[in-house]
Design a protein around this ligand. Structure first.
Ligand code: FAQ
Length: 315
């Protein structure tokens, strides 16, 4: 079969809702875009530990500190599942990490904003994990088997993350006037960046059409963003907080909330590396990578020793 016939057969396979596995034939473009997306997703989980890590030593109680530590450790685990699933496509984790550290590979724009108060930790769980879940629940049905299975596992943990964030917001919103105003301030700063997590509008999203056809993406960027807004507005109302969008209103005809225009210039600047914390985040990651070199070397030396021992045993 030539490439054209193989591609058509692949499309029929995907159209029939089959899962593509690592050893199956796939178009080179399918493999490439998956590596791009899964690697960016993995990097986001790893870089995503930094804004919250900033509050481990300042969590307001031992209970809050233990919960936050567990959540951040979960994010590291998500990064590992995702690097593992990208590796099944023939790319090495070290190569993906190098692309992150050199600035070639992207990670989610949201993690380039600072965490200024404890309420930001609640807001990250509520909004950022909330947005991540909306996107990832859809990705559970992605056509690539290893990515889909990673998503199923990750979503279970993300829903705990979202609940812990919302619980912080409930405590703050029912607290003193100063606590409530801290919660409102965090919502004001994180609302629009959270909407940006879903990516450019459908009209300008360059990968969407092909990725929807290959069923890598199951819903468009705008569909998922709308779903997130519809789900989150009642949650804000329950907290007694105001979403910072004067154009936000229920549209009876559409059965959805209308909302204001995203500042795409801000989005583009953050994605291009000019957000408030881009430099700081990459610097922290590079330092962690350098400081962990001896651990990687020790692990490799140990693995080599073990395999030499095993060879001797079987000889
Ligand atoms: N930030 O054509 P499209 C988490 C890039 S969840 C930065 O629409 P696509 C959990 C895009 O990569 C966050 N870059 O692209 C957590 C592409 O660039 P390229 C991570 C963005 O792939 C919570 C270009 O713009 N989740 O970490 C962004 O079809 C709390 C054109 O865009 C995922 O990665 C953005 N917001 O759709 C952790 C989910 N949006 O590669 C810690 C998986 C777009 O051509 C604490 N990814 N770009 O240079 C996806 O679903 C998709 O990749 C989209 C983008 C929807 C993000």
């Amino acid at each position: 079969m030539d490439n054209q016939e193989l591609s058509e057969k692949f499309q029929r396979f995907v159209d029939a809702e089959n899962k593509v596995e690592a050893k199956d034939w796939m178009p080179e473009g399918y493999r490439k875009t998956l590596v791009r997306q899964i690697a960016q997703h993995a990097h986001s989980e790893i870089i995503g530990m930094l804004p919250e890590g900033n509050w481990i030593t300042r969590a307001p109680s031992l209970r809050r500190k233990a919960i936050l530590l567990a959540k951040i450790q979960d994010e590291a685990g998500h990064g590992l599942y995702l690097y593992g699933s990208a590796e099944t496509l023939g790319v090495e984790r070290a190569a993906m990490v190098n692309e992150l550290l050199s600035g070639k590979s992207k990670y989610s724009s949201i993690f380039n904003y600072p965490t200024l108060s404890w309420a930001d930790i609640g807001t990250i769980g509520w909004l950022v994990d909330g947005a991540a879940i909306v996107n990832q629940v859809s990705l559970q049905r992605t056509s690539y088997g290893p990515y889909s299975r990673a998503m199923i596992r990750i979503c279970k943990e993300e829903s705990f993350h979202q609940r812990q964030g919302y619980e912080i917001m409930i405590a703050l919103s029912n607290g003193t006037a100063a606590q409530k105003s801290m919660a409102q301030d965090a919502l004001n700063r994180w609302w629009w960046p959270s909407l940006m997590m879903f990516g450019p509008s459908d009209a300008t999203s360059e990968h969407s059409a092909q990725n929807m056809k290959w069923k890598i993406k199951r819903h468009s960027n705008d569909e998922l963003r709308q779903k997130f807004v519809d789900m989150t507005v009642p949650q804000a109302e329950y907290l007694g907080l105001t979403i910072p969008d004067k154009n936000l209103r229920w549209n009876k005809e559409r059965g959805h909330y209308d909302f204001g225009e995203i500042d795409w210039e801000e989005f583009n600047q953050v994605v291009r590396g000019n957000g408030p914390c881009n430099k700081e985040r990459l610097e922290a990651r590079k330092n962690a990578h350098d400081n962990g070199r001896w651990v990687r070397e020790a692990a490799m030396a140990y693995a080599k020793k073990q395999s030499a021992k095993n060879i001797l045993k079987t000889a």
